[in-house]
Design a protein around this ligand. Sequence first.
Ligand SMILES: Cc1cc2nc3c(=O)[nH]c(=O)nc-3n(C[C@H](O)[C@H](O)[C@H](O)COP(=O)(O)O)c2cc1C
Length: 363
Amino acid sequence: MSIEDRKKDHLLFSIRGDVESDIPAMFQDVYLIHDAVPEINLEDIELTTVFLGHEFSAPLIVAGMTGGHSLAKKINAAIAEAVEELGLGMGVGSQRAALLNPKLEETFSIVREKAPTAYIIGNIGASQIVMDLSPGDLEKMIDMVKANALAIHLNPLQEAVQMEGEPFYRGFLDKAREIIENCEIPVIAKETGAGISKEAAEKVVKAGFSAIDVGGLGGTSFSKVEYYRALNNGDKEMAEISKTFSSWGIPTVFSILEVRTVTNLPLIATGGIRSGVDIAKALRLGADLAAVGRPVIQVAFKEGSQGVKKYLKRLIKELRITLFLIGAKNLEELRSKPVVFSPRILNWINQRKLKIPFNYIKV
Ligand SMILES: Cc1cc2nc3c(=O)[nH]c(=O)nc-3n(C[C@H](O)[C@H](O)[C@H](O)COP(=O)(O)O)c2cc1C
């Protein structure tokens, strides 16, 4: 199957299928404490934030997902228009398809056309940088979207369970180091739904990455996407294997805690962020930005950029209400408010010997 067809498959199965992980991101196990006397007005809440030197109107971006197909171009255009208007940012999907076939470049570059000032994150896979990145490809990818940052996605799980997978990670850290040294923009290490442990975080910190996106378990499950693709192609064995791993990984909440115990690098929380309350909790645990993926392509597919704008605005409104309800005027105050963990989270912290760099309340 061509990369173009595979990209279309990923989009359509994600838009139409039941591909949400069976295991949650665990935000329901984190409690922010309601303040019945917040002593501020809802309209006083200030959400602007600076991430990697860029100012965002709110700590929210759209996760890198697509490109490489005409449908992807439409979806990228809709998302780009919305984030430009709202002062947010977005990632694109893996740019490999356009490196192999320059005709597909426009499915990515449309993003910069529609979003001249928004924060745009380019994207390429770890396996691709191990296997087949040619000289000049790095500059091409950056130039294609005039990227503010480049994400290298880590997806060993997807590569292992995908019919056309390329599970090649040997030598990755050396290649990553080389890329980071030659890259004039920040490089982000980004998981895609199985999370980053403290041990993995230590490796990427040592390699010189500028930021981490935890890409935790609990939202879109790529094993499920691959399960449906394999079934559709009559590959029963790969379907069974994908199903076996559909709950594999580190839930987003645990992954934020893991990463935050070993590094102060700028941190994005992706994976199962479904409300402004989730965003507030992710930030309270140590993330600097939250990113939403699949719900945005669903709404972009059905309702275009107006739908995306409405959806993102709703999340921001919910985030604002959450801050109001805990009496925090801004994101700095949010980070000092009390937080309570369920026994499930405490077990994880204890067994993994995580030294959480902030106070929490045991229940
Ligand atoms: C259709 C689709 C394609 C994706 N493609 C990529 C990709 O090319 N590169 C990447 O880093 N992540 C990719 N992702 C993963 C997302 O960036 C994100 O980590 C994931 O969807 C989890 O967030 P969610 O639960 O909010 O959807 C893709 C996700 C979807 C749904």
